[in-house]
Design a protein around this ligand. Structure first.
Ligand code: SF4
Length: 414
């Protein structure tokens, strides 16, 4: 029977995540401390420098997906005018709020989501985040501020960076007022240093999957990325990824495969199907196929971070992200990863409610196949709304695709 090999570091990760949520909850109840809600690739480093506890609604959205409770909540948001066609993180999160429920109750004993003092977005990923935060801004009567980012960028230029730096700096007066603290450039540099270190370590962890056999898969990484998302900029995240990296290197040295008898190596492009993460992980195990790389988990790798130039490097890092780029840049990035990770095929997930992270709609898969010779398949589903995902059909298609891959690069010594 296929099995998912757990990591020793997961125990530490659970403690860290529990500490994070309880910490934000305690801050929300303490009049002397402040909570900021932030988008997943928003300026969290700046917020930490002001001493905010930072909470990420997208992470909460993913929890709703993973616990398969999203479908219960989505209709409540739909009834308020939030369409079933827009981000299902947004609709499930707002729906759960309207129902007064959260998986944080059961997992960590919280009464509800921690109340924000300010909400800070970055539209580098999509406009949905701004609308999402605006809902809560109205509900809680607190400021909603953020940066409006260009998207579809081929090459990040100095003009792009300068425009974003100006917007980041314009957030400071509101953050000073809400936090009651003056902006401290030294503290900001220190948070950037910790965030850069977290990012470098996370990248090194992910890149262990370029070894054959891969010691971890995309499905493992979707779980293990928790601290890179919610704790970047903290010493705890740095310590965690050092521990995980050591464990991964042990696996590589011992030839321990995440997928026993690894035969094929594929790329997962697009969002995870959170409610089916485990089922899909086991299914790929059965097919002896390791999903070795994804643009999704790479979204928390910020190569440009440089504490010596905190504003400029933060702006550059948040513009260089895959989701912010044009199709020609995305093709270049994917072609490089296909080579680095010795990929035999690409699985694209077209997520119904996230066009921003579905790269299947303008001919990219076809062009990339022409460029690399690597075949692809598109499966249709969603990040949270399982009504859009036919598990049976997806599995049938994936199985046929993997069969067609033949003996793969391993047999060719590639
Ligand atoms: S990028 Fe997609 S999943 Fe993420 S917040 Fe935007 S619409 Fe939702």
């Amino acid at each position: 029977m296929p099995e998912i090999k757990p990591f020793r570091a997961q125990k530490r990760m659970k403690e860290l995540m529990a500490g994070h949520f309880r910490g934000v909850d305690a801050a929300a109840k303490d009049p002397d401390r402040k909570v900021a809600w932030c988008t997943s690739v928003g300026p969290a480093e700046l917020l930490h420098s002001f001493g905010f506890e930072v909470y990420y609604p997208e992470n909460h959205g993913a929890m709703l997906g993973a616990t398969r409770s999203a479908e219960k909540y989505i209709p409540l948001a739909n009834a308020l005018g939030y369409s079933p066609d827009i981000c299902s993180y947004l609709t499930s999160d707002i729906g759960a709020f309207l129902a007064g429920e959260t998986p944080l109750q059961r997992a960590y004993g919280l009464e509800g989501v921690p109340r924000p003092d300010v909400l800070v977005y970055n539209t580098n990923q999509c406009r949905d985040v701004k609308d999402w935060f605006s809902f809560y801004g109205r509900r809680f009567g607190v400021p909603v501020i953020g940066v409006n980012s260009p998207t579809g960028i081929s090459e990040v230029t100095q003009a792009h960076v300068d425009a974003m730096v100006a917007q980041f700096k314009a957030l400071i007066p509101t953050l000073e007022e809400v936090s009651g603290r003056r902006f401290d450039p030294d503290r900001f540099r220190e948070v950037m240093r910790l965030s850069a270190e977290t990012s470098d370590l996370w990248k090194e962890c992910l890149w262990q999957a370029s070894h054959r056999p891969a010691p971890l898969t995309f499905f493992d990484a979707c779980i293990l990325m928790g601290p890179a998302v919610v704790l970047r900029g903290t010493p705890e995240a740095v310590a965690f990824y050092k521990e995980l990296l050591a464990e991964l290197k042990e696996r590589v040295d011992g030839g321990v495969a995440a997928v026993e008898g690894e035969r094929h190596r594929v790329y997962w492009e697009g969002m995870p199907v959170w409610g089916k993460l485990r089922d899909l992980a086991l299914f790929f195990q059965e097919l002896r196929t390791a999903v070795v790389v994804s643009t999704y988990c790479n979204s928390w790798v910020f190569d440009a971070f440089d504490p010596a130039e905190p504003f400029e490097s933060m702006a550059r890092a948040y513009l260089e992200l895959f989701i912010v780029r044009s199709d020609d840049a995305k093709e270049r990035i994917m072609a490089r990863l296909i080579e680095e990770f010795q990929v035999d095929g690409v699985v694209y997930h077209d997520a119904k409610t996230c066009p921003h992270n579905s790269n299947t709609r303008y001919g990219l898969p076809q062009r990339l196949k022409e460029r690399t010779g690597v075949p692809f398949i598109v499966i249709y589903g969603d990040l949270n709304d399982l009504r859009c995902f036919s598990e049976e059909q997806a599995k049938t298609n994936i199985e046929a695709f993997v069969e067609q891959l033949g003996p793969g690069r391993a047999a060719a010594g590639g």
